[in-house]
Design a protein around this ligand. Structure first.
Ligand code: ADP
Ligand code: MG
Length: 618
C-alpha cells in the first residue's frame, strides 16, 4: 500500500509511492495524479493555472534549453532551433517521414534512409528520444515542484497505433528523463478510463474515442470486456488537427488584407501575430459568436458561421475516418455504446455537432478534452500502485520470445505484440539415444536464426532417464507475468524432472537496440525465410539419414542386397546435398530416399524409428 503523509509545516504531500500519469502529446503535454484525499484524478497545475506544457523545445545560444510556453515563442522567429511535433518522429526512420519533410522547419538528417532520424541544431545532433526526454524532464521538474516530493515513476500514454519501436522509444525517453516507466498505455484507453468506462467488472462496451489534437486526428474503436481493453480498429490522419483550423483563418485574413505568403515568409513577426491571433480567434469562437482583434495595425474579425465554413472540409474528413474505422472493426454506428471526445480541438462546436450526429449519440465531453488522457493515465497509475486491486491491466511484449532448436533456428513460443500476462508451451524431445540432459537456450528477437537474436538465458535440464532418442517428452513453457518477467520452465513429462529460470526480457536492452532488432528483422526477412527453409531441410535430412542408417544396421538380414545398395546410394547423395545443395534439391533427395525405404520400412516398422522420425528435437 502506498503511504501518504502531509507535512503540517509546509502543507506538502509526502507520498512514498507516487506514480504520475503523463500525456506526452504532439502539441501539448501534461501530468496528472490521483488526489490522495479526494481519490479523484487531477491534473497538476502551477499557481498560474496552466496545466498544459506545449511540447516544444528551444535551444538558445549558450546551449540553454527551454521547454513549453517559453520555447513556443520562438516557433516562428527561430524555426531552426525550436523543435515541435517531435512525437511524430519517435521510432521513425528518414524513409518514414521523407514525404512530410517540408512540415518540419528544423533540420532532420537524412544521411541513411534506414536509420532512425536525428535532428540537427547548430552543431549538435539529437534523437527524438533525447528531445522527448527534455519535455519529460520538464514535466518531472514541474510535478516535483508542485508536489514537493521526488517523482520517479510514471505511466506514459501513446496513440493506439504506435508500434513497438515507437512505444519502446517512448519508454527510453522516460528512462533518459530519470523516470521509471511502469507502463505505456494507449491514449484512447486512458481517455475511456478517465470517464470511468471499463472500471466496472463484467461490463462489455464498445467505445469510439475521437481525438482531434493540434496536428493529428485519431479515431479508435475499443472493446472493453471485464476491464480488458482491446483495440478493434484505428483510423485517422496524422496531419490533420487544430493547426489546420488556424491556417485556414490565417489564409482568410491574408486574403482580406491582401497580404501574400511571400510577405509572411519575409516578415516573421507578422507571420507570428497572424498565427497567434488566428488561434486566439478559434478558441474564442468555441464559446462566442464573433471575434474582433488586431494584427499589428490591421483590424481583423471572424464570425462563427464564417469559421464553420472555413473548417467544414476538415471536420468532414474526420467523419470519413470514423466511417472507415467502423468498417474495419466490422461494426456499424448502432454498435457503438459510448463516444469519448479527446483533444483540444474537440471544443469546437461544429466538431461536436458533426460527431454527435454521425454516431447518433450524446458525447462524453464534460471533462477538459486536453486533460482526459493525462487523467486516465493517472487512473492507470493508481491501479499499478496497487490501490485498485480488482483491476487487470494488460501490456504487450515488444519482441518475440523463443528457444533454440536444431540447426540454430529460433522457435518462437510467445510472438511479439502478445498481450501479457502471456503463457505458451511446446513439447520437444531428445536427439540421441540415452541423452541425459537437454540445453534450453532462450532468445528474444524476430530473426529466424538465433545467432541474429539476443540470448536471454540458458540452462540445462539434467537427469533425463536413459531412453531411446525421441522418447523423452520435454515440455518447455514460457510465462511472461504482468511485470514483464519471463519464467521459463522445462519438464520431462515421463520422469517428472524439471528445471526453471527467471529472466527479465527488457533488462539492459536499450530502446535503440529494440528498434534495431525490429528493423533488422524487416530488412532481412526474405533472406531469413530462405535460410530457415534451408536449415529445416538440412535438419530433416540429417534426422532421416540417421534413422535410416540405424535401421539398416539393425535389420540388414531382413533386406535384399538391392534394397541395401539403393538405400546407401540415396543416403550418400542426400549427404552430399546437405553440404552444398539447395532446399529444393535436399527435399527431393529426401523424397527419393523415402520412396526407396518406405516399402521395407513398412514391412519392418520399428517403434524406435517411428519415434525418432517424429517430433522436434533440440
Ligand atoms: P495534442 O494531443 O496534439 O498534443 P491537444 O489535445 O492539447 O493536442 O490539442 C491542441 C489543439 O487544441 C490546438 O490546436 C489548440 O489550438 C486547440 N484548442 C485548445 N483549446 C481550444 C478551444 N477552446 N477551441 C478550439 N480549439 C482549441
Ligand atoms: Mg493528445
Amino acid at each position: 500500500m502506498a503511504k501518504i503523509g502531509i507535512n503540517i509545516a509546509t502543507g506538502s504531500l509526502q507520498q512514498e509511492d507516487i506514480i504520475v500519469g503523463i500525456d506526452l502529446g504532439t502539441t501539448n503535454s501534461l501530468v496528472a495524479i490521483i488526489h490522495p484525499e479526494t481519490k479523484q484524478p487531477v491534473v497538476l497545475k502551477e499557481h498560474d493555472g496552466a496545466a498544459l506544457v506545449p511540447s516544444v523545445v528551444h535551444f538558445g545560444n549558450a546551449r540553454t534549453v527551454t521547454v513549453g510556453d517559453e520555447a513556443k515563442i520562438y516557433l516562428i522567429t527561430e524555426p531552426h532551433n525550436t523543435i515541435f511535433s517531435v512525437k511524430r518522429l519517435m521510432g521513425k526512420s528518414y524513409n518514414d517521414i521523407n514525404k512530410y519533410s517540408t512540415f518540419f522547419t528544423y533540420k532532420i538528417l537524412d544521411d541513411d534512409t534506414e536509420r532512425l532520424v536525428k535532428i540537427q541544431v547548430g552543431n549538435e545532433f539529437y534523437s527524438p528520444i533525447e528531445l522527448s526526454s527534455l519535455i519529460l524532464k520538464e514535466l518531472k521538474k514541474r510535478a516535483e515542484h508542485i508536489l514537493k516530493t521526488p517523482v520517479t515513476r510514471a505511466v506514459i500514454t501513446v496513440p493506439a497505433y504506435f508500434n513497438d519501436a515507437q512505444r519502446q522509444a517512448t519508454r527510453d525517453a522516460g528512462k533518459l528523463a530519470g523516470l521509471d516507466v511502469l507502463r505505456i498505455v494507449n491514449e484512447p484507453t486512458a481517455a475511456s478510463l478517465a470517464y470511468g468506462l471499463g472500471m466496472k467488472k463484467e461490463e462489455t462496451k464498445t467505445v469510439a474515442v475521437f481525438d482531434l489534437g493540434g496536428g493529428t486526428f485519431d479515431i479508435s474503436i475499443l472493446r472493453i470486456t471485464n476491464g480488458i481493453f482491446e483495440v478493434l480498429s484505428t483510423n485517422g490522419n496524422t496531419y490533420l488537427g487544430g493547426d489546420d483550423f488556424d491556417s485556414a483563418i490565417v489564409k482568410y485574413w491574408q486574403n482580406q488584407l491582401i497580404i501574400s505568403d511571400e510577405q509572411l515568409r519575409n516578415n516573421k513577426s507578422l507571420a507570428q501575430s497572424f498565427r497567434l491571433t488566428a488561434e486566439e480567434a478559434k478558441v474564442y469562437l468555441s464559446f462566442h459568436t464573433e471575434f474582433k482583434g488586431k494584427i499589428q495595425e490591421n483590424i481583423v474579425s471572424l464570425t462563427k458561421p464564417e469559421f464553420d465554413k472555413l473548417i467544414y472540409v476538415y471536420v468532414e474528413q474526420t467523419i470519413t475516418c470514423c466511417q472507415n474505422a467502423l468498417q474495419d472493426a466490422g461494426l456499424s454506428v448502432i454498435d457503438i455504446d459510448e463516444v469519448v471526445m479527446v483533444g483540444g480541438s474537440t471544443r469546437v462546436p461544429l466538431v461536436k455537432k458533426m460527431v454527435s450526429e454521425f454516431f447518433q449519440k450524446p458525447l462524453h465531453d464534460t471533462m477538459n478534452p486536453d486533460e482526459v488522457v493525462a487523467l486516465g493515465a493517472a487512473v492507470q497509475a493508481d491501479i499499478l500502485a496497487g490501490n485498485n486491486k480488482d483491476f487487470l491491466l494488460l501490456d504487450i511484449t515488444p519482441l518475440s520470445l523463443g528457444i533454440e532448436t536444431m540447426g540454430g533456428l529460433m522457435d518462437v513460443l510467445i510472438p511479439r505484440n502478445s498481450k501479457i500476462p502471456a503463457k505458451a508451451g511446446r513439447q520437444y524431445t531428445t536427439q540421441k539415444d540415452g541423452q541425459s540432459s537437454m540445453r534450453i537456450s532462450v532468445y528474444q528477437g524476430e530473426r529466424d536464426l538465433v545467432k541474429d537474436n539476443r540470448k536471454l538465458a540458458e540452462f540445462n535440464l539434467n537427469g533425463i532417464p536413459g531412453m531411446p532418442a525421441g522418447f523423452p517428452k520435454v515440455e518447455v513453457s514460457f510465462l511472461v507475468n504482468a511485470d514483464g518477467i519471463l519464467v521459463v520452465k522445462a519438464k520431462e513429462l515421463r520422469s517428472g524432472i524439471e528445471q526453471s529460470i527467471e529472466v527479465k526480457p527488457q533488462y539492459r536492452l536499450t530502446d535503440a537496440e529494440v528498434e534495431k532488432m525490429l528493423l533488422d528483422s524487416i530488412t532481412h526477412a526474405k533472406e531469413d525465410m530462405q535460410t530457415r527453409a534451408l536449415v529445416e531441410a538440412q535438419t530433416e535430412a540429417g534426422q532421416i539419414i540417421n534413422a535410416t542408417e540405424n535401421f539398416l544396421s539393425k535389420n540388414q538380414s531382413f533386406l535384399s542386397n538391392e534394397e541395401i545398395l539403393n538405400t546407401k546410394t540415396a543416403i550418400s547423395k542426400l549427404q552430399e546435398l546437405v553440404q552444398s545443395g539447395t532446399k529444393d534439391e535436399i527435399q527431393s533427395a529426401i523424397e527419393t530416399l523415402n520412396e526407396i525405404s518406405r516399402p521395407y520400412a513398412e514391412r519392418l516398422m520399428d517403434e524406435a524409428i517411428s519415434h525418432a522420425m517424429k517430433g522436434k528435437q533440440i
